[in-house]
Design a protein around this ligand. Structure first.
Ligand code: UD1
Length: 430
């Protein structure tokens, strides 16, 4: 199993290209199930989760071709990929595939909308809480589907004549359930109004792509999304938006390790709350014509309190990275996690580097320390693993992060991007 070795103490200087967003690419790829025409996605990141979803979509009958060729290897940072689902050949999404990645559960929406039925395994994914699917079930039931759980699978069946538009307000904000209900409603009869919808930029990106495919959607990016059902959707060409989590991660890495880095191809408007928190910690962030510039001059890191919230609040996917930054702050800071339970698994690993963090329920108190010292640590989930790399960059000596397959799910060529900026980061393949 690969490991990543980080030798800390070097500031980051240079340019880091930001990839297309994983969390946008996945639902966009799934949207290809809604049409028999070709959906072309540009700026698709090269990640383990994307490759896995290609395999899953292939099972349902989606023909995938990368940059016009059939092979799936490319040296480019991001790729253009064509997805064509002439017919859905199988409405079953098996446990072996869905358990590896939670987002693959989302195929349930398009399969149900286009074929009137789906049998989808209950999901797996990152070990960051129980992550139930009640909101998906309630949302699709509101559209007239009957949903039944048996043997670890959900059997979903649309009424005769297909799904029917409805008004439904989610009791809790869910990105995935908003994606699924929006996709399903594009092909339902009549109007659907989704209340308390997720406002994440990835929801807006999916809505924009669906609109390009012929869907009638208004209000994406607000808490109320209105969808007028259409009978068919066509192909489209769509560019995946930049990865705001990757952007925030590298900005926090510079804030922690010091240096001057331009994050190219990103958009500050995607993560203003997180950028404000980084600025308050003492880094300078300026918007450039092509992205962002992050500068941290030598001097103390200020303590900053954060609370994770649905967009536009501070993203839970940057919580671990921000905590890594705060371990070096000149004072005490607090982190409150409100989205997922059990999303503090990085705390005990950060402690191995000398961080002083105490947990109380969903809150963490971080007492900044003057120095961290490198140590062997273990990645526990996708975002937690990169927080250990950030801590390693800010620590003295050598940190070896094991179980980096978590990292490969969501960060494209991390070691290459950091090494080009002067960091000492290498992959050890056993
Ligand atoms: C997506 C992101 C993930 C991010 C999360 C929150 C992708 C591929 N993943 O995950 O990186 O951390 O949004 O921003 O885009 N919940 C229920 N019942 C449900 C569904 C969700 O209770 O049926 C709960 C979850 O357990 C969690 C909260 O709702 O506590 C938010 O989860 P949700 O927004 O659904 O996260 P994902 O879409 O899985």
């Amino acid at each position: 199993m690969d490991r990543i070795r980080v030798v800390g103490g070097n500031p980051l200087n240079g340019i880091i290209p930001i990839s297309g967003a994983k969390n946008a690419a996945l639902p966009l790829m799934i949207a290809s199930l809604l049409t028999s025409d070709t959906l072309t996605l540009e700026n698709v990141p090269h990640l383990a989760d994307v490759e896995q979803l290609m395999r899953i979509l292939g099972n349902h009958g989606v023909d995938v071709s990368v940059n016009g060729r059939r092979e799936r290897q490319s040296d480019a940072y991001s790729r253009t990929i064509h997805f064509t689902c002439r017919t859905i050949v199988d409405t079953l999404a098996p446990y072996e595939l869905v358990s590896k990645m939670r987002a693959s559960f989302w195929v349930i929406g398009p399969l149900l909308a286009r074929e009137g039925q789906a049998r989808v395994s209950l999901p797996g994914g990152c070990a960051i809480g129980t992550r139930p699917v009640d909101l998906f079930i309630e949302g699709l039931e509101a559209l007239g589907a009957s949903m039944d759980i048996d043997g670890g699978y959900i059997n979903a069946t649309a009424p005769k004549g297909g799904l029917v538009g409805a008004h439904y307000t989610f009791p809790k904000v869910s990105v995935g359930a908003t994606h699924v209900m929006m996709m399903a409603a594009t092909l339902a009869r009549g109007t659907t109004v989704i209340g308390n919808a997720a406002r994440e930029p990835e929801v807006v990106d999916l809505a924009n792509c669906l609109i390009a495919m012929g869907a009638k959607i208004e209000g994406a990016g607000t808490a109320t999304i209105t969808i007028e059902g259409v009978t068919t959707l066509s192909g489209a060409r769509h560019r995946v938006l930049p990865d705001r989590i990757e952007t925030g991660t590298y900005a926090m890495a510079v804030a922690a390790a010091g240096g001057d880095v331009v994050l190219e191809g990103t958009d500050a408007g995607l993560l203003e709350t997180a950028l404000d928190a980084i600025r308050n910690s003492g880094a300078e962030i300026t918007v450039t014509p092509t992205g962002l510039r992050v500068v941290r001059k030598p001097g103390p890191i200020h303590p900053v309190d954060i609370v994770t919230e649905p967009f536009p609040g501070f993203p839970t996917d940057l919580q671990a990275q921000f905590m890594a930054l705060m371990t070096r702050a000149d004072g005490v800071s607090h982190v409150k996690e409100t989205i997922f339970e059990n999303r503090f698994m990085h705390v005990q690993e950060l402690a191995r580097l000398g961080a002083k963090i105490t947990l109380s329920g969903q809150s963490a108190t971080i007492e900044g320390v003057p120095r961290l010292r490198g140590a062997p640590v273990m990645a526990t989930d996708l975002r937690a693993s990169v927080s250990l790399v950030i801590a390693g960059l800010a620590a003295e000596g050598e940190t070896v992060v094991s179980r980096v397959y978590h990292l490969d799910r969501g960060f494209e060529r991390l070691e290459e991007k950091l090494t080009r900026c002067g960091a000492v980061v290498e992959r050890i393949t056993d």
